[in-house]
Design a protein around this ligand. Structure first.
Ligand code: ISL
Ligand code: CA
Length: 542
């Protein structure tokens, strides 16, 4: 059966502020992206996911939208956006946008109006009186803050599950959903091909009762994947998405396999695929701020659970919220190149649509900031202050931010070894990693044995092998050092074996070497440190 185009293509996520600046103001922009389209085309990218480019006061770098019908002037103009869509289409690259509809910015005109209790916009948001001089309930937010803000003028509180500048929309009001549909049609009519839907499984709050006692996100049982959310998604699909050749990928926080199946079930007609989080949580205790030692087998087992749970996954190892994968699951020292290639192999040989985050294809590493002043992210600052209140010692607070801050992934793209890594001729909005002279696109682009060259080759291989594109997945080994799995289609069996360690490791699989990250064309029974191989097994399971 022919697969839909969004299953055949590779998606590349762009965080616009950090990708390429074209006018020297230190902020990446749409024109910068236009100038780099050829780079993405040569890499084999078929879809670009643009993190938010709408008008925004940037409290959360665009995830706080103040006008859904306009472009953030820091990033360019609507004419630039039209040109980007057109030039990308000429290269057969499709564009999906970020859809942030759980909340708006507090600068959005709806919210400004809604501060007046008599305004027809009051009901666009969730306003409630307090209880005995306290907030309406005991919920806590995603960003380590209280989630209610008191408004003197009307004597009521509004709800925000993220920063206080990101008030939650009220989906009990049918007008809100109508507004959302108009926004979607506006952009789809412009020629975009779908949406990455921000925290889409928490839209509908079916009660504002107190939450059960729990360590984080008190109240979540009242809004996680509620029936009301499923109804909203079905309505968007029926009235808008089904009218276009487009796809949706939901960012679904705290999603379980059963919830995931419901969201992606083709019969229910809600989303096309989702980003799950379980594999990203395998190196933490309870919350991402408390890291534990990375264990490849745990990662593989989490991936396996989701490969089995859903017919088609949105696969990722990085995005703008996560630390760099080579620093986290690989080895950003001696085996930097090897381990980045191993992670590339993992990402591109799973069943599902692969999402590459900008810079991942050259092995960019975590941010090397040396003081909190260099960190911009609102979440990092909130968490640092909360940790201080909780009397967590200074050295540990620092380690939390260093390992986990979202700014790890947001430093400017490293294009070459010139000033500011070729990102900007001006002062970048966020520091450039000091390793840019060693790690950059220009240094790798002409070398087939570079990380970038290896991504190119893997993407080509995936496009040419139906077994990689659509074969079934089966986990074979999830050990402390070696992970292996098979992809099978009809009579072809591919075995992917990954050595996550700094020593040679024995493997039991044999077959023709299709691709080895080391460049070897034959292997014996051992993998080199951090080596990844794709084998074609002659006799079934190898
Ligand atoms: O950072 C996280 C993952 O470990 C989460 O807590 C994150 O806040 C959550 O995944 C939601 O993220 C999305 O919505 C946020 C925005 O700040 C993130 O950048 C976005 O990806 C609010 O819009
Ligand atoms: Ca700029």
């Amino acid at each position: 059966m022919k697969q839909p185009w969004w299953q055949e293509r590779i998606v590349y996520q762009i965080y616009p502020r950090s990708f390429q600046d074209s006018n020297g103001d230190g902020i990446g922009d749409l024109r910068g992206i236009i100038n780099r389209l050829d780079y993405l085309d040569a890499l084999g990218v078929g879809v670009i996911w643009l993190s938010p480019v709408y008008r925004s006061p940037n409290v959360d770098n665009g995830y706080d939208i103040s006008d859904y019908y306009d472009i953030n002037p820091q990033l360019g103009t609507m004419a630039d956006m039209d040109e980007l869509i057109k030039k990308a289409a000429e290269l057969d690259i499709r564009i999906i946008m970020d859809l942030v509809i759980n909340h708006t910015s507090d600068q959005h005109v709806w919210f400004q109006q809604s501060r007046d209790p008599k305004s027809p916009y009051r009901d666009y948001y969730i306003w409630r009186p307090g209880k005995n001089g306290k907030p309406p309930n005991n919920w806590t937010s995603f960003f380590a803050e209280d989630c209610w803000v008191y408004d003197e003028k009307s004597g009521e509180y509004y709800l925000h599950l993220f920063a206080k500048e990101q008030p939650d929309l009220n989906y009990n009001n049918p007008k809100v959903l109508e507004e959302v549909k108009n926004i979607l049609s506006f952009w789809l009519d412009k020629g975009i091909s779908g949406f990455r839907c921000d925290v889409i499984n928490i839209l509908y709050k079916d009660s504002l009762a107190d939450g059960r006692q729990r360590l984080i996100l008190r109240g979540i049982e009242h809004y996680l994947s509620r029936p009301g959310t499923h109804e909203i998604l079905q309505s968007l699909r029926r009235d808008v998405f089904s009218q276009y050749d487009c796809f949706t990928v939901g960012e679904t926080v705290f999603v379980t396999p059963q919830m995931g199946r419901d969201l992606c079930d083709p019969e229910r007609e809600e989303l096309d695929m989702i980003f799950s989080f379980e594999h990203m949580e395998t190196d933490q205790f309870i919350v991402k701020w408390f890291k534990r030692k990375f264990h490849p087998g745990r990662l593989a087992k989490a991936i396996d659970r989701w490969q089995r749970a859903l017919d088609w996954n949105a696969n990722y190892l990085e995005n703008h919220d996560q630390p760099r994968s080579v620093s986290r699951f690989g080895n950003d020292g001696r085996f930097w190149s090897e381990s980045a290639k191993l992670l590339a192999t993992l990402l591109l040989t799973l069943r599902g649509t692969p999402f590459i985050y900008q810079g991942q294809e050259i092995g960019m590493t975590n941010f090397d900031f040396t003081s909190l002043g260099q960190v911009q992210d609102v979440e990092s600052h909130n968490v640092y202050h909360l940790a201080k209140k909780l009397l967590i010692p200074g050295w540990y607070r620092w380690r939390m931010i260093q390992q986990t801050s979202r700014d790890n992934a947001r430093t400017p793209m490293q294009w070459d070894g010139t000033a500011n890594a070729g990102f900007s001729t001006g002062q970048p909005w966020l520091g450039v990693n000091n390793n840019f002279k060693r790690i950059n696109v220009a240094e790798q682009i002409d070398r087939d044995d570079s990380i970038l060259g290896f991504y190119r080759e893997l993407i080509r291989l995936r496009a040419s092998l139906d077994t990689l594109k659509s074969g079934q997945f089966q986990l074979l080994t999830a050990g402390r050092h070696v992970v292996a799995y098979a992809r099978s289609l009809e009579n072809e069996h591919l075995i992917i074996a990954l050595n996550f360690s700094t020593r040679n490791r024995r493997i039991a699989y044999k077959g023709e070497v299709i691709l080895a990250s080391s460049g070897r064309t034959a292997i014996g029974d051992e993998l080199l440190p951090y080596e990844a191989v794709i084998l074609r097994s002659m006799n079934g399971r190898g």
